[in-house]
Design a protein around this ligand. Sequence first.
Ligand code: HEM
Length: 459
Amino acid sequence: MLPVLVANLSRMLDLSSRKLRRSNGNHFFFHGPWFLGMSIFVTANPVDARHLFIDNFQNYPKGKDFYEIFELGGDGIFIADGDTWKYHRVKAQMLMSNTRFRVFVAQLSRQKIENALHPFLVHASSQNKIIDIQDMFLRLSFDMSTNFIAGVDLGILSRDLSENPIARAIDEVAAALFFRFVMPRPWWKLLRALSVGHEKRMVTGGRVLDRFVAEVIEERRREIIEGRDAPPSMLRSYMEETEVQESYKFLRETIINFLFAARDTTSAAMTWFLWAMCRYPHVEEKIIDELNSISKSITSDGLAVFEAEQLEKLIYFHASILESLRLHPSTPLNIRSVLKPDTLPTGVKLTPGMKVVASMYAMGRMKTIWGDDCLEFKPERWISKEGELKYEPSYKFLPFHTGPRSCLGKQIALTQIKMVIAAMVYNFSFEIVEGHVPEPKFSFILHMKNGLMVRVKKR
Ligand code: HEM
């Protein structure tokens, strides 16, 4: 069974979605070889999701295996369970729901659009260059995230697209984490003991990240001691609180967990959305019409930039982003452990030691949830007859997860996606290079396997 699984990894999302669509109850069990004791319950059923993530959420923690796989992130919000998780969650929630913080993130996004994104696209357009827009979004999203999380701008999105050691370390660590996730535990443990392959890169990448984190914490500490002004950031705000001032461990875990939570998710969402704009020009046209109805400022380059609060008014644009996330959720799978024996409302019995996987990718493609046209890209499905946004329960639409562990960065991510995409499609047109077929890649994040190669033209 396992060699078949490994050989089909790249097609795993589509294969499992097909199986989920055909299975009674839209769920199934996957049993690995007996000697691994692997028993996984895979579901795309909203009734299961509601029970697992909301009603009996305490029984489905991330678990010990998850903790071991993601050891680099320590006890951070993304990894921890119980009281440690709650502590991180309460602190982060307070900061991220603060209006001043949200306004600051929007201002920062605007600066990045004007100073990095627009110059990059103007240059690419004037040179008639083919660009990998996935790589561009990863760079932009990394710059934006390090800025609001740690207060540093690494300037990774630049004209020359030079390689950055910190971004490379994150990529290598993420690939190694995924390798651990899909390989039997004894296998990756052996590679770790031998310090070879992904495991070796995990160690070297981890060191680069730790050095980066140590430097930014030291820099913020000096700013505070010397009474220097600095733009607000998560790190600075935490360090100004006496309670956590000295806890290096807490600050380190916050930076690492938030970098992993924010960078790839947001950039993957932007990449699939831009792909949708190229693939469905009638949707793009409607979005541009909507953008024409709100106020904008014109930069010295003669390019339009939109403010977050203006973009909030646009229903069709918002609906299109939800539609893109429905078909291409940034995190395609969500994994949990089983603490105590439990019976789901659908009658399935789960026992401790099993793993539970909810496929957001499959859920977005279920006729039982979205109707016969579930595979079509139709922003209209999110809009009522009265022209308002339709409410869909979060356990049915899981790209930002649901329940007590739902995404804390949802509003920030939506703001960034809207500001960036508006500044792109209003000023530039994009065309996918002929013969380039974007394909989902099977990993924690729904990246495109071969990037998204496009030509860009100034409108
Ligand atoms: C389009 C962009 C994003 C998507 C689709 C997304 C999606 C998700 C999902 C599915 C989870 C649940 C993961 C799990 O339980 O295993 C999650 C958790 C989380 N997200 Fe996001 N996210 C996005 C952007 C962001 C950003 C920009 C931030 C930070 C500013 C962020 C911060 C977090 C945090 C801290 C958690 C952990 C919550 C907890 O466990 O209590 N996310 N996100």
